[in-house]
Design a protein around this ligand. Structure first.
Ligand code: PFF
Length: 457
């Protein structure tokens, strides 16, 4: 049996390294698919009014996200470096373009600090599901409020989640995570599929959910909504902070960057839309409001789970936590890889010190009562860090990466990464030179309400 397995693997690797290729797709999809798809996409879609927001988000994925993912993978694979080292290697040691890498490391640090708090809620809900949800829907929704407003509970679950992330990054990501990904990612897909079909065919909210998600009403689309749709395209595809660049640096030369980028983007988008349909069907079925901000999935899904029992809810929250973990690892890996490569720190030292610092910063987000005035409102740190990183830091990081690839990176290097100088190459460079940066810039200026030809009233 063991021998056969070995033989099989040999045959596969001599036929083109199928195992290695799947490993990359899983790692990259693992980074992309996370809380962004199941927690964030539905709630921001609810907050920004549905269909028109979804449409702008889908356009951003195609004209901004996909070209940028290809660009990050090209830079990573060609340089074989971390996000700062990559720009130094492909340009020169003191190049100002390394700021892009620095910005990415800062983004990874801040994103992980609040991401871990939300992932901690998912972890807490595994245990809540074991006990089971019961009572009226108000009562079930109240449990979430109790968790969030109870600082010691939130900090405890944040601690557990960060400890898991740190342990995995110290222990080496490849083996454990890759092996588990192969089982758990498909399982997540199946459970989501089940929840979506349930929502569509067994609740009264299915049609309303589809209408809400796919019928655009442009009156509901604000300048801020457009900026958030762009920001979310970055967040959900793990772009603009060097995560895909870092993963690209582990990619083999004989794999097609374009094909892999398309695969990862499609998987990520499909999962988000499925989560949207599943959740909004329930929201409408129970007559709830779609704009419930960060609490959306933690308040609506448990109402259904009260009927289905732990058999569905426990696996769901385990898988959600797992999806968050594979993303959190990539966030920490970006920060840590810089200190290992460029500062010669050991992996253990870099992971403990930076993971520890991120953990402490995360406490700010875990205590929801701590608020400061931000953009004219009292807001908690979770929302503020999320807003700044998603809407500004990632798009600016992405814009710089795109300009670097289009205008600065040597043509010979780009051709080597894409395999030929044909139609694909020309089309991609055209996008990266003109379409993608202009789209990003327009959306950022729109979010700042600075476009002269728009009436911001
Ligand atoms: N893409 C992840 C999600 O959708 O949950 C979040 C994320 C991971 C963002 C890694 C950025 C990143 F580099």
């Amino acid at each position: 049996m063991g021998n056969n397995l070995e033989k099989n693997q040999n045959i596969k690797s001599s036929r083109g390294n199928w195992t290695g290729h799947l490993g990359f797709i899983l790692a990259a999809a693992g980074s992309a698919i996370g809380l962004g798809n199941i927690w964030k996409f539905p709630y921001i879609t609810g907050d920004y009014g549905g269909g028109a927001f979804v449409l702008v988000y889908l356009i951003c994925v195609v004209i901004v996200g996909l070209p940028l993912m290809i660009a990050e993978l090209m830079i990573g694979r060609h340089s074989q470096k971390n996000p700062v080292g990559a720009f130094r290697k492909l340009h020169y040691q003191k190049t100002p373009w390394q700021i892009t890498g620095w910005l990415g490391i800062a983004s990874g640090f801040l994103i992980l600090s609040f991401y871990s708090v939300v992932a901690g809620w998912a972890l807490a809900y595994i245990f809540k599901s074991l006990v089971g949800f019961s009572g009226t829907s108000q009562h079930i929704q109240g449990e979430f409020i109790a968790l969030v407003t109870h600082p010691s509970a939130s900090i405890w679950w944040h601690t557990v989640f960060m400890a898991l992330t740190i342990a995995i990054v110290i222990g080496g990501v490849q083996k454990g995570i890759e092996r588990w990904s192969k089982i758990l990612m498909p399982a997540l897909f199946l459970i989501l599929l089940g929840l979506m079909l349930y929502g569509l065919f067994f609740t009264h909210g299915g049609i309303q959910a589809l209408t809400f998600l796919f019928k655009p009403d442009f009156h509901k689309l604000s300048a801020e909504g457009m900026l958030s749709a762009l920001g979310h395209a970055f967040f959900t595809l793990s772009l603009g902070m060097g995560a895909m660049l870092t993963y690209g640096s582990y990619m083999r030369k004989n794999e097609s960057i374009v094909r892999d980028a398309i695969t990862v983007s499609i998987l990520d988008t499909v999962i988000a839309l499925m989560a949207g349909v599943a959740i909004f069907s329930l929201v409408f079925h129970y007559g709830m409001k779609p704009g419930q901000s960060v609490g959306l999935i933690f308040k609506t899904l448990p109402v259904l789970f009260a009927q289905t029992g732990p058999l569905i809810s426990v696996p769901f929250f385990i898988l959600l936590t797992f999806a968050a973990l594979t993303s959190a690892i990539s966030l920490l890996e970006v920060v840590v890889s810089y200190f290992i490569d460029e500062k010669n720190w050991s992996r253990v030292k870099a992971t403990l010190i930076l993971g520890g610092a991120i953990y402490l910063t995360g406490i700010l987000s875990a205590v929801s009562m701590w608020t400061i005035s931000f953009r004219g409102k009292q807001q908690g740190f979770l929302d503020i860090f999320d807003f700044i990183t998603t809407n500004y830091m990632l798009p600016i990081g992405g814009l710089l990466t795109c300009l670097f690839t289009a205008w600065v990176m040597k043509e010979a290097n780009k051709i080597e990464e894409l395999g030929s100088k044909g139609f694909l190459y020309k089309g991609l460079i055209f996008f990266l030179r003109y379409i993608t940066p202009i789209a990003v810039l327009l959306v950022i200026l729109n979010g700042l309400k600075l476009l002269p030809f728009v009436d911001y009233k």
